[in-house]
Ligand binder design. Structure first.
Ligand SMILES: *Cc1c(COP(=O)(O)O)cnc(C)c1O
Length: 226
């Protein structure tokens, strides 16, 4: 049976090919291994194959893995972040992909200050304005622009998106355009785009992704949704 190390190597090859075919430097694109629902043993297997960045979407589930896994893993929080979980999340995750309101950013900045950590964050955008999804609506993000500067304990890296199914490439492009507009409106530098999952990460790379979040293509089918 094909092991995790083989699947990881194959995915890295696909990332490199997507970079090559779109004239991008493969060093610009990071592969985030989304390990939600998979046990610590699976994370360790990928770790032993060289993977260091892992994504989790639930604080409690992640905590049980973080406790037993090597300390040089870089954990990324990619799930919905509730206010009452901010302290726990910021104490073990150096990167959060799911900041979806100014209130949450302000609260997180204060907590990060208390914890004396500097957290890299992404602003999640609801790029297609879907009713069922969270995240900043594009116009709202442009409107709050100025309040995004000046968080002392957060480093805003860029935007994160989960596009509507079926037409993701178009929405990846829209997300990049929105990023450019927010940059010029605020003067903030937003170098990173967290976009693309197992089914569409190559298109995301073609549209400028700097970090792709890949779960099932690496770890296998998830038995429950999250
Ligand atoms: C689960 C999840 C992923 C990974 O999805 P796959 O389709 O398994 O690659 C990526 N991003 C977020 C926000 C997720 O919740």
């Amino acid at each position: 049976m094909e092991g995790l190390a083989d699947r990881l190597a194959e995915l890295q090859g696909r990332v490199a090919d997507a970079c090559a075919s779109s004239g991008r430097d493969p060093g610009e694109v990071e592969l985030l291994a989304v390990s939600k629902t998979f046990p610590a043993e699976a994370v360790l297997e990928a770790y032993e194959a060289g993977q260091r960045n892992f994504g989790e979407s639930r604080q409690q589930e992640a905590a049980t893995k973080i406790e037993v896994l090597p300390g040089d893993i870089r954990w990324h929080f990619i799930g919905g972040l509730q206010r009452n979980k901010v302290r726990k999340v910021l104490s073990s995750f150096p990167v959060v992909h799911s900041m979806d309101s100014v209130r949450l950013l302000e609260h997180s900045d204060r907590i990060a200050g208390e914890l004396a950590v500097k957290t890299q964050v992404y602003l999640e955008v609801n790029i297609a304005g879907e009713e069922s999804k969270g995240g900043f609506l594009p116009d709202d993000l442009l409107a709050v622009g100025g309040t995004l500067v000046g968080f002392a304990h957060l480093e805003i890296r860029g935007l994160m998106v989960i596009p509507p199914e079926g037409e993701s490439r178009r929405w990846f492009a829209e997300t990049r355009i929105l990023r450019d507009r927010v940059e010029s409106a605020t003067g903030l530098k937003l170098p990173s785009l967290s976009m693309g999952m197992s089914g569409d990460f190559e298109d995301a790379i073609r549209e400028g992704a700097t970090i792709v979040r890949v779960g099932s293509a690496l770890f296998g089918h998830r038995s429950y949704m999250q």
